[in-house]
Design a binder for this molecule. Structure first.
Ligand SMILES: [Zn+2]
Length: 225
């Protein structure tokens, strides 16, 4: 996983590809968050003292998962006779695909791109980044959530959308920047228990970003056309 907020901002680039189609950009941003929700599986396995290997960067990062999501939304679009659902599926597929590719090129680990086939695409096998840098990658999650929310807010100001949500949006954004400030020193000084408390707040943050994205879909629609 590169930082989830970074994935979301790459999803935002789909703005250039939407060709004014409704819900594609919305889907691409939402889709960018979905693969790393497999961290909920890791958290549950950890709490249950079960092995966590093979949970992260497998099913939800696979080409077949992308195809399944797109197929499901194509079917919904057909059933509802509403092309927006088909667009949403294409957007989600794009977001998930961008996510997996970004993980391959911008993270220091492999991705099981063809899960359930056990092929790990790993261009980093011979590279070990410095410890201080890898420690910084955890608090950087909060930084990128904050920056993502800031970009979303700047879109809302640009298009005068979701004005009734401005106050709450600012609070969610400030929480993420505050978590970044608090957790940066903790990443270096906490020897025990960091992973647990960080993990819980990371999962809270990814769901926050996901639901703020849904709440601000009018802004995203305005930015996508
Ligand atoms: Zn990932």
């Amino acid at each position: 996983m590169a930082q989830a907020g970074m994935h979301a901002m790459v999803g935002m680039l789909a703005r250039k590809l939407t060709n004014k189609s409704q819900w594609i950009l919305f889907g691409a941003i939402l889709g960018s968050f979905i693969p790393d929700m497999d961290n909920f599986g890791v958290a549950i396995a950890t709490l249950a003292k079960l092995p966590t290997l093979g949970i992260h960067r497998t099913l939800t990062h696979s080409i077949f998962f992308v195809l399944a999501v797109v197929a499901i939304f194509l079917a919904i679009g057909q059933a509802k006779k509403d092309g927006r659902w088909t667009n949403l599926g294409i957007g989600l597929g794009l977001g998930i695909l961008f996510h997996s590719f970004l993980d391959i090129f911008l993270w220091f680990n492999g991705v099981a791109l063809f899960w359930p086939f056990p092929v790990w695409v790993n261009i980093w096998a011979n590279i070990t980044p410095p410890v201080w840098f890898m420690k910084f990658m955890d608090p950087a999650e909060f930084l990128f959530f904050g920056v993502f929310l800031w970009v979303l807010g700047s879109w809302a100001r640009q298009y005068n959308t979701d004005e009734d949500f401005t106050g709450k949006h600012r609070i969610w954004m400030m929480i993420e920047f505050a978590l970044f400030v608090i957790f940066t020193p903790l990443a270096y000084i906490m020897t025990k228990g960091f992973a647990t408390i960080f993990g819980a707040l990371y999962l809270f943050s990814i769901m926050t970003a996901f639901f703020v994205t849904i709440r601000m879909r009018k802004t995203i629609e305005a930015a996508g056309v």
